[in-house]
Structures are given as structure tokens and as C-alpha cells.
Ligand binder design. Structure first.
Ligand code: ADP
Ligand code: MG
Length: 309
């Protein structure tokens, strides 16, 4: 599997994944506005609804009932992802809808996931933006890990900060677990360490690495350190209402560095915009909103930074 995933970076397009734990932080809103701006900047962009359990991106884009969805690809009705891309009203922006009434899709088979990742990496586009579902299942984490930009969206609420941290933590453990798949005793150790209340009292990735260094498996430790070191997060704080809330993302950055040995960049914050909220409740297409609003301006700046970084 690692080889399959590693191949991805050799291909265009650039893949950006937006994750961050539980629902409600604004992942779908942020990924939609981000994809909109990427398209406006002249990039051929495909927004993909990877929220396989609760897809809603088509609604944000003003598409009532998508003609084709990921379901049609997974059930092999269409062989190519290109065939299920839907044009949007925005030039340069296409959507792959995740809308699905098939429950099993929320938990795709391992081989289906690999196939999907491989095909996503071959899409004919400059940017592929993945809106990840809520939660930290392996399905979500694997899409996050494969992306060139690993974007974490959180709000200033303590639970959201905590969820974002747990999301990143699980992503790191998922990577370690995959890397140790051919090494049963190491994999067992990673599995134990994943439980926050484990008997070995391993509380952080740092402590886990130390324990591996002291064990018989220490020949792999440099590889593990390098692979974890390659994970770089881009952190965004959404729905900021007061200046001091802008720094919520910093907390995730600090703990990710301290406990998970993960590097990150603060991409900035997005204002809480009442207009965004009310229009979404009215099912008004988000890309038709007033683009001079604060929230749109903030996402514009963030998108620019991400394209340059
Ligand atoms: N910047 C913002 N300003 C105001 N409301 C927002 C903003 N971002 C998101 N929201 C509100 O939060 C709700 C949940 O956002 P959504 O993107 O669906 O979250 P997620 O995908 O993380 O579950 C939206 O329906 C909208 O009402
Ligand atoms: Mg969502």
C-alpha cells in the first residue's frame, strides 16, 4: 500500500485535503470557497466530496441532485473518475459528488480505497481539493496522509481544538502502523501506544519513538522519524469572532510539535460571517455569495499562501 500511495506525488495534480476531526468546524465550507478561489485564479480545479457518509458539497454548490456520484465509480458503473465529474457554474471548477444512498460506501473496501486514491492522483486538473468526512476512521486518515497539503480546520472552541489534535494524532499513528505492517512486533507496539490509557504508559509519539529506539526494532527508527518528519500541517482557524481567538490554531501547532514531533504552518484565520451561515441554512449556493465579505477575503489570502508554499 505504501508504494501505491507514494507513487501519487509523482503525478499531477496537486492534492489538498481538508480534515480536522468532528463535524461542524467548517471543512466543507472552507474547501468549497478554497476550490472556488483556486478556480478563479485560473487553476483547473476539482472539488471532491470524500465525506462518504454524509456528503453535502453539491448543496453548497447549488446542485440539487447530482447526476453522477462516487458511488457510480465504486460500483463500476463508470470506469473513470473523469466520467463522474460534474461541471459547476464556476468556470474551471468541477465537482465529484460523494452523495450516496449506499451505506457500505461510508466504509469502502481496502482495494476500493486504493483504486480511488490512484484515480484521484491521475485526474486531469491542476488542483484536487478533498473535503474529508468527520471523524478519524482509517478511510479519512488515508486520504489525509496521501495529500500534498494536509490542511486542518478548527474553530476556537476548546472541543474543536482537541478534536483537531486527536485527528492529527491518529493520522500519525495510522502512518506508523502502515510503516510497520511487515513487522508484527513493532505493529503491536504501535497499536498499544495508540490507546491513550495504555499499560506501557506511552503518552506521546516522542515516547513511542524512544521506546522503539531502546527495543530490538531500533533499525527502523530512523525511517520512522523521517516519515513522521515529512508530515507537514497547514492549520486554519475558522469562525473567529474576536481577535484573540485567531490564535487557536497555534495551540494545535504547539502540541503537535511537542508531542507528535510534527511540523506545521499557521495559514491564518477566517472570520465568522453571519451571512455565510444564514445563506447556507437557506440552501443558497455558497459560491454565489458576496465575495467581498470577510470570510471570502480570508480564504482568498489563505489559498494564495497555500499555492505559494
Ligand atoms: N466562516 C464561517 N462563518 C459563519 N458560519 C460558518 C463559517 N464556516 C462554517 N460556518 C457554519 O458552520 C456550518 C458547518 O460547516 P461545514 O463546512 O458543513 O462543517 P464540516 O464540514 O466541518 O462539518 C455551516 O453550515 C455554516 O453554517
Ligand atoms: Mg462537511
Amino acid at each position: 500500500m505504501n508504494e501505491e500511495l507514494n507513487k501519487v506525488s509523482e503525478y499531477r495534480p496537486k492534492i489538498w485535503a481538508i480534515g480536522g476531526g468532528k463535524g461542524g468546524a467548517g471543512k466543507s465550507v472552507v474547501s468549497t470557497i478554497m476550490a472556488f478561489w483556486l478556480a478563479r485564479m485560473g487553476n483547473r480545479t476539482i472539488l471532491v466530496d470524500v465525506d462518504l457518509g454524509g456528503a453535502n458539497l453539491h448543496t453548497l454548490l447549488g446542485i440539487k441532485s447530482p447526476a453522477r456520484t462516487l458511488n457510480d465509480f465504486i460500483t463500476r458503473k463508470f470506469e473513470s473518475l473523469e466520467d463522474i465529474c460534474i461541471e459547476t457554474e464556476e468556470k474551471n471548477l468541477r465537482l465529484i459528488s460523494g452523495a450516496s444512498d449506499v451505506l457500505s460506501l461510508a466504509n469502502p473496501h481496502f482495494s476500493q480505497k486504493i483504486k480511488l486514491i490512484t484515480h484521484l492522483s491521475r485526474l486531469d486538473a491542476d488542483y484536487v481539493v478533498l473535503d474529508l468526512g468527520a471523524g478519524t476512521s482509517f478511510n479519512v486518515l488515508d486520504f489525509f496522509l496521501v495529500a500534498h497539503k494536509k490542511i486542518v480546520v478548527l474553530t476556537p472552541e476548546p472541543t474543536s481544538i482537541q478534536n483537531a489534535y486527536i485527528f492529527v494524532r491518529n493520522a500519525v499513528y495510522r502512518k506508523l502502523s502502515r510503516l510497520s505492517s511487515k513487522n508484527p512486533s513493532l505493529q503491536a507496539l504501535v497499536k498499544i501506544a495508540m490507546d491513550p490509557k495504555n499499560v506501557l504508559k506511552i503518552r506521546t509519539i516522542k515516547e513511542l519513538i524512544q521506546m522503539i529506539e531502546e527495543s530490538d526494532e531500533n533499525n527502523i527508527v530512523e525511517l520512522l522519524k523521517k516519515e513522521i518528519g515529512d508530515i507537514h500541517l497547514s492549520v486554519i482557524t475558522n469562525m473567529v469572532r474576536k481577535d484573540k481567538e485567531e490564535n487557536a490554531g497555534r495551540i494545535v501547532q504547539i502540541v503537535a510539535e511537542k508531542y507528535l514531533t510534527i511540523s506545521s504552518s499557521d495559514m491564518g484565520s477566517i472570520s465568522y460571517d453571519k451571512h455565510v451561515q444564514t445563506k447556507i441554512s437557506d440552501m443558497f449556493p455558497i459560491i454565489k455569495l458576496d465575495q467581498s465579505s470577510h470570510a471570502f477575503g480570508n480564504v482568498y489570502d489563505i489559498t494564495g499562501k497555500l499555492t505559494r508554499g
